[in-house]
Design a protein around this ligand. Sequence first.
Ligand SMILES: [Zn+2]
Ligand SMILES: [Zn+2]
Length: 245
Amino acid sequence: MNRDEEPASLISFESVETPLQTAIIRQPSPPPVLADVQDLIPPSDPVTEADHGMEYSLSGGLVSSESPLQLHISTTLMDSFMKLAKSNTDKNLETCGVLAGSLKNRKFYVTALIIPKQESTSDSCQTTNEEEIFEVQDKQSLFPLGWIHTHPTQSCFMSSIDVHTHYSYQIMLPEAIAIVMAPKDSSRNHGIFRLTTPGGMSVIRQCPRRGFHPHDPPPDGGPIYKQCTDVYMDPKVKFDVIDLR
Ligand SMILES: [Zn+2]
Ligand SMILES: [Zn+2]
């Protein structure tokens, strides 16, 4: 799948009906630091664009996707999000939010939890009025570091829709994370995930399907996504809640 055909929204579950032209128009205008990333991706070689050896410049440094930078999140962010989500969760409706932040001293910090306007069901959540998200990010020079959403009654996992949504984040930033909050899952009530590289990323890049659907495992036999081991819950990180609902 060509990158230009990616779904328009960062948290979108209905891209099938999105005309290509709209998708392009509604793409976020990334802040300069991300534009650098994209400029350095070889446009003619879709296989390597997010895989081995991709190097890009952030704050003037060359970074390999093989060794992602640390990502720090406030220890209280998940609790705050669950409070903001509670009225939905009580009604068995999902809630989603965008994790935005900045890069300092070669570490990413989630400094804003943006709750966009959204429409949700018990197993999906779709943002609306996405231009408001981009406006907030642009004004505060934040860029998207990932997203968080609830599974009100389901277990803690990434659905096929979730992995497609996350692909859009991770293709822009290899460090981007997906947090799933699953209060009813007694074995694991939250998870922090990324698609595997190159396996999961290549499977999803090549998958034209939308809605809930099965995925074959990557050619190397590994999983499509896995838990992150290099995300830091940091009591010193401060974050703003920006509730756009
Ligand atoms: Zn989900
Ligand atoms: Zn798929």
